[in-house]
Design a protein around this ligand. Structure first.
Ligand code: PGA
Length: 252
């Protein structure tokens, strides 16, 4: 049985006090959703300590949205994986399309970030996905394959067993446009095959999340697909009620 995961990527939203309220709302309503669903919230760095406090005693896990490629030192403005781990993070989102697109993150950088994450006992949520042009040119399979081969293939099997993948088509992020459940299943199954080519049977255990305008009204249909193990949620994670309702989308 693969882990079922609903992770909230808050991006650059909420002030610290609002983030604490949001986290408290998730904790308060969490009991209405099956305990089989693993909830993760990923606030901005500035809120991590306070949100960690708000999550105390609950099974809602904390994650960060990024970490530095280096361990420590003269890297002004960067935040090390050891720092977020020390604040209670269990997860870190790496390779989000916004980081690849706006901050020039390449596979070379991401390999270093993954190394930092594992060195600090964090589970990476590694994001892959194609843009609209690539989808329309039918290149989406090749794009995600390269994103996996260039980074995930460098992991040891032990590291791979502690990895979450998020498939997020760039054309569906924040656009209100969602991949259909069939489109999601098609590429999730493909991703699992690419993982199996390298890691064999362990690929069957790797949670693969869907992300891109996932909301309470479409989560159940998407999560019902065999190779979809949950979601990485942006906009809808900013309301505790919607975030929790997405967790109720698991029927299997
Ligand atoms: P969205 O973002 O749910 O707002 O489309 C998802 C993401 O970028 O992780």
């Amino acid at each position: 049985m693969r882990k079922k995961i609903v992770a909230g990527n808050w991006k650059m939203n909420t002030l610290p006090a609002e983030g604490v309220e949001l986290a408290k709302g998730v904790v308060a309503g969490r009991g209405e959703v099956c305990s089989c669903v693993n909830f993760i919230v990923c606030p901005p760095f500035t809120h991590l300590a306070m949100v960690a406090e708000a999550l105390k005693g609950s099974d809602v896990a904390l994650g960060a949205q990024n970490c530095a490629a280096e361990a420590k030192g003269a890297y002004t403005g960067e935040v090390a994986a050891s720092m977020i781990a020390a604040l209670g993070c269990k997860y870190v989102i790496l390779g989000h399309s916004e980081r690849r697109q706006y901050y020039g993150e390449t596979s070379a950088t991401l390999n270093k970030k993954m190394e930092q994450a594992y060195a600090n006992n964090l589970t990476p949520i590694y994001c892959v996905g194609e843009n609209l042009e690539e989808r329309e040119a039918g290149k989406h399979f090749d794009v995600v394959k390269a994103q996996i081969e260039e980074v995930v293939y460098n992991l040891t099997e032990e590291q791979f067993r502690n990895l979450v993948i998020a498939y997020e088509p760039v054309w569906a992020i924040g656009t209100g446009k969602t991949a259909t459940a069939d489109q999601a299943q098609e590429i999730h199954a493909y991703i699992r095959k690419v993982l199996a080519d390298k890691f064999g049977a362990a690929a069957a255990e790797c949670p693969i999340l869907y992300g891109g305008s996932c909301k309470p009204s479409n989560a159940a249909e998407i999560f019902a697909k065999e190779d979809v193990d949950g979601g990485l949620i942006g906009g809808a994670a900013l309301k505790a009620e919607d975030f929790l309702a997405i967790g109720k989308g698991f029927a299997k």
